[in-house]
Each structure stands twice: as structure tokens, then as C-alpha cells.
Design a protein around this ligand. Structure first.
Ligand code: DAH
Length: 353
């Protein structure tokens, strides 16, 4: 049935109440007003709905029904429209509250940067962990036994002079190298094979200048097993040099002396700056000294319970600041410890492979 095509015979019966309700709907201010209108007039027992009961009293029931339905539909659509209007208003209000002005300048989050020292430390760790090493720790304050004795440096040994350090009493001292961890690890391993690195702080009674600091850091490496030879050491350090400095880096061994290794070597890396031609970085030689290493001295093995006839091993000690200085062209070791934000920010950029 089309709205405007109904029989209008009984329209007047409904018009007064219809007008009253429509006026109330229009006046409604909040959703609750509509609920009240619905309860009072439009619900099943509402004043409007019960007008339908009058159908019993009329002759033309069809015309009555049409008139009732016509009025009911009008009221329903006015009512629903008002409900929709309130919903729209509520939504707008909500949107207004949560509105986001995308033209406003954003908050500038300042991100920090990692000190290049830690970058390099982590890189060294990653390189060796990638080769199957585990990372160990050892005490920074240690006894004479671990820092010297068990490393084949007895009390009267002149090599002690090279590492003048800071004593706490006659026996306790700040470790002058991470080599002290070798003896701790061997003690713990109790005769079993070892493959570790130990990064950590070291201390010496040095005058602080551009290349020396009373505190610096090393990464100690120690491998002990059957059939370990100097070739293994060289291959390992060459891989390290390639990953740390340049893909085509080469290394060379120069014979040296450390009391805890025999033979001992000083390890140079080919200059990654001039590729060996000679420049200011390598002081014209084409080579840069990067670390000390060697085959673990039989005395050291013996003192820590390894039979040198069965076991052999190699060890190395890398200066972390030295590697970082070379890697980034930093000329003063003190820069690592000064917490100068401007300096540290320089290293925000990703380190290239
Ligand atoms: N401990 C030495 C130093 O501080 C560095 C070193 C040299 C460590 C040779 C080693 C090594 O493990 O085999 O000067």
C-alpha cells in the first residue's frame, strides 16, 4: 500500500494524537526523551497503539486499518529519523573529542646512539660467536695467581714490569689483561676442550694520553683441544680481520714474546685504508698491528691440568679500543670515555659490512 493512496475516511480519528506525538518527537533533546515517547505512545500498550482497539467499533475495518497504519508509519519514520540524528550527533561529538590534527608538528623523539666502543665490542663478539665460541666473564679484581702465576709469569719475572698495575694489597690487583680469565676457564673446564672469548675491562698504571688510558678493554680468546695448531690460529684471525676491517684483508705473523704462549706472535692486518701501498694510517708500512697471540705455553697447560702431550691450544688478546680507533679513524682513546653526545652521535650511522 502506497502511503498517499490509502482510504482517508478515518484519518481524523488519528490526527490529533499523531500531531501531538510528532511535536514531541521534534522537541526531543536527548535519546531519553525518545524512549519516553516510545513508552508512552508507541509501545504495544502505548496511547497510540491502543487506538487500534477502536477497530471493533467501526464499520469499514479496512479503511480504519489503512488510516491507522498510515499514521503509525509516519510516526515511526519521524521517530527513527530522530534516533538517527541523535546517533550522528553523538558520533560527531566523539570524533570531535578524539580529533587528530595532522597538520600539527609531531613530537620529536630523540634517539640515542651507541658508543662506538660498544659497537665494536658487540661486533667482535658476534664474529667469534659465529665461529662457535662462547662468551665468558671473569673477575676484574683478581689475585696474583690468576693474573700472573698461572700464566707462566712468576713473582720475579721481568714481564711483570710491562704490565705495571694497580694493587689492592700484596695479592689482589686490578687485572692488567684479560688473559687472567684463561686460568679461570681452564680451572672450570677441568681438562675438557675449551673455545671461549672473554671481553672485559683491564687496568694499568699508565699515564693517560692519546693512545693510553689507565682503563681499557680487551677480548681474550682461548681454544684448547687435541691437534690445535698455528694454522688454525692464523685462519681464525684472518677471518676475524676480513669481517672486522675489509673483505680482502690479509694478516701476517711477526714473532714476538709473551710468557704464556710459545711460539708467540704479533699480528698485523694489511692496511684497509691504502690496501698496502703505505699511508698515514699504517705509517707507510702497509701493515697495522692489531693484536698479540700464540700457542698456549706447555707450562700454562700443565699448571691448569692439561697434558701438553695430548692437548694444545692457542690464545689471543685484542684491544677493543684499538680496533675501534682503527675502524673509525678515532685519534684519541679518551674520547670513548668522555660521554660527549656530539662525538657519540657521529656513530649513529650503520656500520657498513
Ligand atoms: N695479554 C696480552 C697483553 O695484554 C695480550 C695477549 C697476547 C693475549 C698474546 C694473549 C696472547 O692471549 O696469546 O698484552
Amino acid at each position: 500500500m502506497e502511503n498517499n493512496e490509502h482510504n482517508k475516511k478515518y484519518d481524523d480519528l488519528f490526527t490529533p494524537l499523531e500531531k501531538e506525538i510528532l511535536a514531541l518527537i521534534i522537541k526531543a533533546k536527548v535519546l531519553n526523551d525518545l524512549t519516553e515517547i516510545k513508552n508512552k505512545y508507541l509501545s504495544k500498550k502505548g496511547e497510540f497503539s491502543i487506538l487500534m482497539n477502536k477497530i471493533r467499533e467501526v464499520d469499514d475495518k479496512k479503511a480504519f486499518g489503512e488510516a491507522f497504519n498510515f499514521a503509525r508509519k509516519k510516526l515511526e519514520s519521524a521517530f527513527n529519523e530522530k534516533v538517527e540524528e541523535f546517533k550522528r550527533l553523538a558520533l560527531n561529538e566523539e570524533l570531535q573529542k578524539d580529533s587528530l590534527d595532522i597538520t600539527l608538528p609531531g613530537n620529536n623523539f630523540k634517539s640515542g646512539a651507541m658508543n662506538p666502543f660498544y659497537k665494536v665490542k658487540r661486533e667482535i663478539e658476534d664474529i667469534f660467536v659465529g665461529m662457535g665460541y662462547t662468551v665468558e666473564n671473569g673477575p676484574e679484581v683478581d689475585s696474583d695467581k690468576y693474573v700472573f702465576e698461572l700464566l707462566n709469569i712468576p713473582k720475579d719475572h721481568p714481564a711483570r714490569d710491562m704490565q705495571d698495575t694497580l694493587y689492592i694489597d700484596d695479592n689482589l690487583l686490578l687485572r692488567s689483561h684479560t688473559s687472567s680469565v684463561q686460568a679461570h676457564v681452564m680451572e672450570k673446564a677441568n681438562g675438557k676442550p675449551i673455545k671461549i672469548i672473554c671481553p672485559g675491562k683491564t687496568f694499568r698504571r699508565d699515564d693517560d694520553d692519546m693512545t693510553h688510558s689507565h682503563q681499557f678493554a680487551q677480548v681474550e680468546g682461548l681454544v684448547i683441544d687435541k691437534d690445535i695448531n698455528l694454522g688454525n690460529l692464523k685462519a681464525t684471525l684472518e677471518l676475524f680481520a676480513k669481517k672486522m676491517f675489509a673483505k680482502d684483508a690479509k694478516i701476517r705473523f711477526r714473532s714476538s714474546y709473551f710468557p704464556f704462549t710459545e711460539p708467540s706472535v704479533e699480528v698485523d692486518v694489511s692496511c684497509f685504508n691504502c690496501k698496502g701501498k703505505g699511508c698515514s694510517v699504517c705509517k707507510g708500512s702497509g701493515w697495522i698491528e692489531i693484536l698479540g697471540a700464540g700457542m698456549v705455553h706447555p707450562n700454562v697447560l700443565k699448571m691448569s691440568g692439561y697434558d701438553p702431550e695430548v692437548y694444545s691450544g692457542y690464545a689471543f688478546g685484542i684491544g677493543i679500543e684499538r680496533v675501534a680507533m682503527l675502524r673509525y679513524g678515532i685519534d684519541d682513546i679518551r674520547r670513548f670515555y668522555q660521554s660527549d653526545v656530539k662525538f657519540i652521535k657521529e656513530f649513529n650511522k650503520k656500520v657498513e659490512d
